[in-house]
Design a protein around this ligand. Sequence first.
Ligand SMILES: [Zn+2]
Length: 357
Amino acid sequence: MCKTSGNIWRLRAKSPTVIRSLLGLIEDTLPRSDMTMAQIYLEQLNHPAYESHMPIHLLPDSRRAFLRRTLIAGAGLALAPQLSAAMRRTDANSWALLADTHISADPAAVKSKVVMADHLKAAAREIAGLPRRTSGVFVVGDCALSSGELGEYEQLTRLLDPVRDCGLPIHLALGNHDQRDNFRAVLDANPITCRPVADKQVALVQSQSVNWFMLDSLEKTLQTPGSIGADQLKWLAETLDANRKKPAVLLIHHNPGEDKKIAGLKDSAALLEIIRPRRQVKAWFFGHTHNWKFSQDESGLHLVNLPPVAYVFREGDPSGWIHATTRHDGMKLELRSINPAHRAHGQIVDLKWRPRE
Ligand SMILES: [Zn+2]
């Protein structure tokens, strides 16, 4: 703990218990007159839920004080909502899965009768307020409204701040409405040498019960179909072979393509050839079609179409996000609709993993 200047205090600790006692110490020692406008910055040093060995984005930055609390004299130390969230226990098996946020630079922008920023705001508020913190948040592509302008990513970052302020890492994938250079300019400070596939945005996030593989299927901005490409497929096969023991789940913006009219992933066949025989791969999650649904292929692989956070293509479908709870033999999915009155709100889907052999 240190006092940086004036009434600004900086707390750095690994555990919420330590942070709590440091706050108590400040309250006890600070002269009452100084408490009028003291600001406390809280930094959590480690995120204990998992390790990530690949580039990720929007981590709760250790350089960025992610909490600020203004204390009013005599008001005691009632905790700000973000502060209490940062002190909550993290559930190592809990994850928030989002797709198709379609954020405009203009927070008031409307498409298909939906104010996209309001939808993401509602999802972020709910994620930040969960009684036990999730381990992390995935946004599976089409982060931006249409063509991936810098302003769209800047707005997206602002809307995700409440989630970051709770200390949650956010991993973002690219879709056909994203633009790689602009995305990287705003969201990804990782130097190119840190990227496992130089020109792609891929990540392996290793957690207690699942290895998450986030792949990059953006082929060309504003062109509907997508592809993974040979380099990324090679990386995926090698990385899966090096990580055989734990169940693996893929997060790719594009849906499995179909032979006749391809609007999804063009190299689906090559991808399936890699993942079907590698029995540790249990599921492929995707967005793109803005249509919440789930199925299983003949190899037992789960194919899960995430709902859009933003607008749906077919009236009556739900907009929302998925609260996923992982375990060693499967995953529970709960649909959190932006409209809590939607009939699908709270729907639970229990995925059982296909056997190893
Ligand atoms: Zn989309």
